[in-house]
Write a protein that binds this ligand. Structure first.
Ligand SMILES: NC(=O)c1ccc[n+]([C@@H]2O[C@H](COP(=O)([O-])OP(=O)(O)OC[C@H]3O[C@@H](n4cnc5c(N)ncnc54)[C@H](O)[C@@H]3O)[C@@H](O)[C@H]2O)c1
Ligand SMILES: Nc1ncnc2c1ncn2[C@@H]1O[C@H](COP(=O)(O)OP(=O)(O)OP(=O)(O)O)[C@@H](O)[C@H]1O
Length: 534
């Protein structure tokens, strides 16, 4: 077929193309000449100037588009910075408010928090818990003088008196002390900053997170037992444990309202078991219980963490699930385990949580966010039911990170690194490492590798206006929220970690979990009788 000279339908510019007439028509061009003129047309075109005008317009247009894109990105970065700042202010405001509430809350007698003489997040918990209280002053003096980290005790007007909770008497909360040390219980070393500055030289002589030990200063008296629902073995064990704690350890027991009903149906001797009546009471639960015991799998640990929006009492997770990554204690040995925990000292893993805020496009200002949600594993932003690619713009503080085009994105804690993030190709990270994992789910790009951000950043995931569909956020696999174009999710390290008791220590428990739970790097050993060097 002979070549044709084709003229764009709505343009005066002439473009020379090779191809069939019909094909050219499909593409919006009309045949400008008759077949018999084709030789003449070829001849003419050989001497025609190149398609300069069209090229110039295209170049101009693409430059204009680049400028617009740059301006849009700058605007988005400015917005990200403003949102990050607003989120930080909101976080500070909430901490302040929580602290004020605590001070004015007439029920609470004792309550614990970490204190740290260095900078950073743990320091925040120190800041917010400062009250006019001799024991705090003492602990601050202690921190300053010896650099020893200690548990703080808050006291309010109801000092040393029993108080009522859901119409029942509650005894005072046990106090404990935390210390950082590598070699056994005698090493009460302070947690030092990773980098110090000594005589003008930057050093990393002190390492930051050593194994943390919890040592009771007064006896724990109240235990909250949380159980996986719909399991007979869990129900039976729970009843047995409640009885043992009361009769042999003189411990007061709290359970969820559902479990309280089950127990009271079982026998009248469970009348002493306490519970709560409404969400308001759950908010103050942390100041009533010394220890939380979970009976179930990892989901029950996540559930327990989700009950505490602020400080979390130490958690003792018993394994009654199938995988049990975060549940090192065996239920068969519960008496010995609880004996050991109630006596102390014991190692804990301080599991960091992420605080997530959803900011709606319709929000009046950056402070107008929905209630923050705390996650122990991860927040996932995915495409939900939509069959379109998720399109998400991601910022770290005020810097543009990337656009996610794929099934979604996981922002995970290091504890959650062995859960969904792992399945999406993220690295496994020791739970004591502070950081935020940024793991794409099925990205439609060959070069999108997972990232790990340091713990101090704030991440913002925005559904852009030109996204074809909505996105969905879910929190530890629960409570899905729809994100429309223009909505954003802001995520940063939460102030309140989840302290979980270790069977041995953080590292031993973690390695045992990945060996036994995931069969990590299981391979038959190479035989000895093969070829050898030399
Ligand atoms: N493709 C996946 O791997 C996938 C998909 C959805 C959700 N999840 C995970 O399930 C979690 C919710 O757990 P659930 O028990 O309520 O739901 P579930 O009952 O569906 O259990 C999910 C599985 O993940 C395991 N798991 C949970 N947290 C873990 C952790 N930190 N490390 C290792 N394994 C862990 C559980 O033991 C369980 O086997 C979510 O937070 C998410 O991480 C994983
Ligand atoms: N006290 C509770 N109240 C309501 N739901 C709970 C409670 N404890 C656990 N769940 C939910 O029940 C589900 C199953 O719990 P869990 O993961 O502990 O058990 P499992 O599935 O048998 O264990 P594994 O995850 O190890 O296989 C989870 O989705 C969890 O969120």
């Amino acid at each position: 077929m002979s070549p044709h000279r084709l003229i764009p339908q709505d343009s005066d510019d002439k473009i020379f193309l090779t191809g069939a007439t019909s094909h050219a028509k499909e593409n919006g061009f009309v045949d400008g000449i008759h077949d018999q003129d084709s030789d003449k047309a070829i001849h003419e075109n050989m001497y025609e100037p190149p398609i300069k005008a069209t090229d110039d317009h295209l170049v101009e247009f693409s430059e204009a588009m680049r400028t617009v894109a740059k301006a849009l990105r700058r605007a988005a970065e400015a917005k990200a910075a403003a949102q990050v700042e607003a989120a930080e202010w909101k976080r500070k405001y909430e901490l302040e408010r929580a602290s004020n509430l605590r001070n004015s809350h007439e029920g609470a007698t004792f309550e614990g928090s970490l204190c740290n003489s260095g900078e950073g997040r743990l320091n925040n918990s120190c800041d917010v818990t400062k009250v006019d209280n001799p024991s705090i002053e003492q602990s601050e003096r202690c921190c300053r003088k010896h650099g020893i980290c200690s548990h703080e005790i808050l006291q309010d007007e109801a000092t040393n008196t029993n108080y009522k909770f859901a119409g029942r008497k509650v005894t005072r909360k046990a106090s404990f002390r935390l210390s950082w040390g590598c070699n056994g219980y005698n090493s009460g070393q302070q947690k030092h900053e990773v980098v110090s500055f000594e005589r003008g030289d930057i050093t990393t002589a002190e390492r930051s997170s050593k194994q943390i030990l919890l040592k009771w200063e007064t006896h724990p008296q109240t235990v909250l037992i949380l159980t996986k629902p719909n399991s007979n073995s869990v129900r039976i064990l729970c009843a047995e444990m409640v009885r043992w704690l009361k009769n042999h350890k003189k411990i007061d027991v709290f359970v969820e309202p559902r479990v309280r009903t089950e127990l009271s149906k079982e026998a009248s001797c469970f009348e002493f078991v306490q519970t709560w009546e409404n969400d308001e009471e759950i908010k103050h639960l942390h100041s009533k219980v010394d220890l939380v015991v979970t009976l179930g799998g990892d989901g029950t640990v996540l559930w327990a963490a989700s009950l505490f929006k602020g400080p979390v009492p130490p958690l003792v997770p018993f394994s009654l699930g199938s995988l049990g990554f975060m549940t090192p204690f065996q239920s068969e040995n519960y008496r010995d385990c609880l004996d050991m925990i109630l006596k102390g000292p014991f190692s804990i893993t301080l599991r960091h949580r992420l605080q997530c805020h959803v900011i709606r496009e319709a929000a009046k200002d950056e402070l107008d966010t929905e209630e923050p949600i705390l996650v122990l594993n991860e927040v996932t932003i995915d495409r939900g039911m939509s069959s379109y690619l998720t399109f998400l713009e991601c910022y770290c503080d005020s810097s543009f990170v990337t656009c996610v085009q794929g099934d979604g994105l996981i922002l995970s804690t290091t504890s959650g690194s062995t859960a969904y993030s792992l399945a999406a190709g993220g690295s496994m990270v020791h739970p004591q490492v502070p950081g935020i994992l940024f793991t794409p789910i099925c990205p439609h790009s060959l070069s999108f590798r997972p990232l790990i951000f340091p713990e101090y950043v704030t991440l913002r995931v925005q559904v852009p206006f030109n996204s074809r569909g909505h996105a969905w956020a879910s929190f530890d696999g629960k409570g899905r929220k729809q994100l429309a174009p223009g909505d954003a999710l802001i995520c940063s390290m939460a102030t309140w970690p989840v302290p979980t008791a270790c069977l041995v220590d953080s590292t031993n428990d973690f390695l045992r979990s990945i060996h036994e739970g995931l069969h990590w790097n299981l391979r038959k050993s190479q035989s000895f009788d093969g070829p050898r060097d030399g």
